[in-house]
Design a protein around this ligand. Structure first.
Ligand code: PLP
Length: 379
């Protein structure tokens, strides 16, 4: 039996999403731009699916644009914000613990002459609104802050930052990468007060290859792709109707049981934290992230890649950090200034509502074995 505990990397596609995708590919397969009945049926479905994503985010349907993934949404929002504010300045504020989907476009902008302030977290992985207040300048054109950190599970003060920007009458646009927060912690785009909010399908039981960007009404968004004027002319190209249908089905299902699943995940995370620290000698929790689905831990003295492989051989899947790092030390955990032994031993356990205590028990048992069997080779 396998135990998949890497849901922050990606999730299993739910049956409702599979069925919706199959229907979109086999029965409702028209092109939404076609002017015949098959086309208008596909167009109607697209409209309904957009409304589902909008509702889950507390947005208006016309504020949602479908993209290919969270990375695209993040890149687009960042480039759009600096373009829209190009006459106001060249300063950007973000955090040192953002996903590379935000950090890499920021680094590219640095090479083009922008100055980027990367706010550092404290030892627990928290960032405060005061840090943003201290960094904010007349020429700040963009603040990009994630809602939930993908490795630590910390919740960042996006709402407070939007309040600060209003209070200071700042012209800076606010982008929020909510890829790990969507349907995991409660929020609406109105509460966040962000101008852009990025989400991704494959983190919420939809297939890979679909994401969305919320663009606040009134923003004169520069187009991402030019062509046949789909997505309000902002992102041309025939819409991936199957992925969109699946995304909407997965979101609808998760949104319907959000409160129950959240409580369940909180309980499962607590159970896991207690079982792991109580039964696996030397294991420590990392940070105090409040997101219900992400639990970072460390087994000091044990290389996390080796432990991940050991667990994988036993059918237990966790991550040694962000899946995007592929063996490189994670910049997120490095930003916590953990001692090297702790840093090298970091593991990220991440849950979905289909996980059970049995998955946790299997992990605990395998980690105990890892301690015994890997001990001599590493001590
Ligand atoms: N932002 C965060 C916080 C993430 O965790 C991820 C994926 O791991 C992304 C952005 C990128 O999303 P996608 O894989 O859909 O491109």
């Amino acid at each position: 039996m396998e135990h998949y505990l890497d849901n922050a990397a990606t999730t299993r596609v739910c049956s409702a999403a599979v069925e919706a995708a199959v229907a979109a590919m086999t029965t409702e397969y028209g092109n939404p731009s076609s002017r015949h009945l098959a086309g208008s049926r596909a167009e109607g479905a697209l409209k309904a699916h957009r409304a589902v994503i909008a509702k889950a985010l507390g947005a208006k349907a016309e504020e949602i644009v479908f993209t290919s993934c969270g990375t695209e949404s993040d890149n687009w929002a960042i480039h759009a914000a600096v373009e829209l504010n190009r006459r106001r300045g060249k300063h950007i504020i973000t955090t040192a613990i953002e996903h590379d989907a935000v950090l890499e476009p920021c680094r590219r902008l640095e090479r083009e002459g922008y100055e980027v302030t990367y706010l550092k977290p404290d030892r627990m992985g928290n960032i405060t609104v005061e840090q943003v207040a201290d960094a904010l300048r007349e020429d700040t054109v963009l603040v990009s802050m994630m809602l939930v950190n993908n490795e630590l599970g910390t919740i960042l003060p996006v709402k407070e930052v939007s309040g600060l920007l209003k209070e200071k009458k700042s012209a800076a646009l606010l982008h929020c990468d909510a890829v790990q927060g969507f349907l995991k912690v409660p929020f609406t785009v109105g509460e966040l007060g962000a101008d852009f909010v990025a989400v991704s399908g494959h983190k919420v039981h939809a297939p890979k290859g679909i994401g969305a960007l919320y663009i606040k009404n009134g923003i004169r968004m520069p187009a991402m792709i030019y062509g046949g004027h789909q997505e309000g002319g902002l992102r041309s190209g025939t819409e991936p109707t199957a992925q969109i249908a699946a995304f909407a089905a997965a979101v609808e299902e998760s949104a319907a049981c959000f409160a129950r699943e959240r409580t369940y995940l909180e309980q499962l995370k607590k159970y896991a934290a207690e079982a792991l620290t109580g039964q696996v000698e030397g294991l420590e929790l990392v940070g105090d992230g409040k997101a219900p689905h992400i639990l970072p831990v460390t087994l000091p003295g044990y290389k996390s890649e080796v432990v991940v492989r050991f667990l994988s051989d036993r059918g237990i899947f966790v991550s040694s950090g962000s899946a995007c790092h592929k063996g490189k030390p994670s910049h997120v955990f490095a930003a916590l200034n953990l001692p090297k032994k702790q840093l090298d031993g970091v593991l990220r356990i991440s849950f979905c509502a289909q996980n059970t205590k049995e998955d946790v028990d299997a992990l605990v048992l395998a980690l105990k074995q890892a301690r015994e069997q890997l001990f001599t080779s590493l001590s």
